[in-house]
Design a protein around this ligand. Structure first.
Ligand SMILES: NC(=O)c1ccc[n+]([C@@H]2O[C@H](COP(=O)([O-])OP(=O)(O)OC[C@H]3O[C@@H](n4cnc5c(N)ncnc54)[C@H](OP(=O)(O)O)[C@@H]3O)[C@@H](O)[C@H]2O)c1
Length: 356
């Protein structure tokens, strides 16, 4: 309801609060702690906005946060989970100029990282981690903490962008300066990896993808990603990658396995190539730093991205009319089923919760 209309209402109605549904991890520790509450809907302070969340999406990080195994930053008590969502601005506080009521927006992952280099303090302001996330009917944010949704994307599609797409974009373009004709290796068929594959294709690069599932490999091939290696059937998958590149190696590796795949990713790299260290999916292993020198490799630690990078990514997504790959959608009332599906690792691309 607009503020203008509220002014004409009797005060007993004007002061009546709107209730909304919100999920909280109470306490944070196991998926059984995810509970639904009826709470007063938030109202904006100066330079804040209220976003009616229409869709949310899950990332591997959300599972780690919910199960108390996420270490990079402290988790807020009684956390509203999930970093990624999309919705509509329904109210603006005094002084807001960046957005207006009715705008379709996506919150940015790190609410304080607007541009420039990363700063250690940004991690504690990441949605669904240091501060409350998006699994609620309404959330309040700084007017600075959102970007407009590309016109061709639905709320469900836009909700997949803030963490997974942003991270892949940051690695390949903001950091990697990917150019047409280069070769990109990306690991697995989860959210970050498939965005990396789509972005690389958009840029005219060659793509090699690893997966541990023949069923998912068939899906990749049906989408035209034909250079695929099964890392379970071929434990020495780095040799296969070398073969596919005539012994030379790839220009860029989107490294999602972490310590367990780092050495093989490095061996897949051509001399002077770039490796973007993002994930932690595979088991611990020893890494020999001499390998980095042997390859004259550029190794970059990547954390999601800034609002400036998000805006650049959205321009490219708009220009290419790129559509995110959504595997499965769940209703707002069944977030536990969505988490269980993520934990089962059956997904291909993104998992979405709609109609939030
Ligand atoms: N640094 C950052 O800012 C940042 C941002 C986003 C994500 N991440 C991290 O990046 C990783 C991926 O995130 P996500 O949300 O895209 O995950 P996700 O959607 O859950 O994808 C996981 C997929 O990775 C593949 N996989 C699993 N174990 C693997 C292994 N040992 N070797 C190779 N591939 C394996 C599997 O694909 P197949 O079934 O096809 O094998 C699995 O479905 C996570 O560790 C996450 O925490 C970090």
């Amino acid at each position: 309801m607009g503020l203008q209309m509220q002014r004409w209402m009797p005060s007993r109605l004007r002061n009546r609060k709107t209730l909304m549904k919100v999920y909280r991890l109470d306490p944070v520790g196991t998926l059984d702690d995810l509970k639904c509450f009826d709470e007063d809907a938030p109202r904006p302070c100066p330079h804040e906005i209220v976003v009616r969340i229409r869709a949310a999406s899950l990332n591997y990080r959300d599972l780690k946060v919910a199960t108390g195994t996420y270490s990079p930053s402290e988790i807020k008590p009684r956390l509203i989970p999930l970093s990624d969502g999309a919705g509509e601005v329904i109210e603006t506080g005094p002084g807001v100029t960046r957005v207006k009521t009715g705008d379709r927006v996506t919150p940015i992952f790190g609410q304080r990282w607007l541009a420039g280099k990363i700063n250690p303090s940004y991690s504690s302001h990441s949605l669904g981690g240091g501060v409350d996330g998006v699994l609620a009917e309404r959330i309040v944010l700084s007017e600075e903490g959102v970007v407009p949704i590309p016109a061709h994307l639905s709320f469900e599609e836009a909700a997949t962008l803030p963490c997974a797409a942003m991270t892949a974009w940051h690695a390949l373009f903001s950091r990697g300066q990917l150019t047409a004709g280069e070769t990109v290796l990306t690991l697995g068929t989860g959210g970050v990896s498939l965005f990396a594959a789509q972005f690389a294709r958009m840029a005219g690069a060659r793509i090699i993808i690893t997966s541990g599932s023949e069923e998912k490999i068939a899906r990749l091939k049906a989408m035209g990603f034909t250079d695929v290696v099964n890392y379970r059937a071929t434990p020495d998958w780095e040799r296969e990658v070398k073969k596919l590149t005539d012994g030379e190696g790839v220009d860029h590796v989107v490294e999602l396995g972490g310590p367990g795949t780092f050495a093989k990713s490095l061996m897949s790299l051509r001399m002077g190539g770039g490796l973007y260290l993002i994930g932690n999916l595979a088991a611990e292993a020893q890494v020999n730093p001499r390998l980095i020198l042997a390859k004259r490799a550029h190794v970059h630690g990547i954390q999601v991205g800034s609002r400036e990078m998000f805006e650049a990514m959205n321009r490219a997504i708009t220009q290419a009319k790129l559509k995110p790959i959504i595997d499965k959608q769940f209703e707002f009332g069944e977030p536990r089923a969505a988490f269980d599906y993520l934990a089962g690792r059956k997904h291909f691309g993104k998992i979405v919760i709609r109609g939030v």
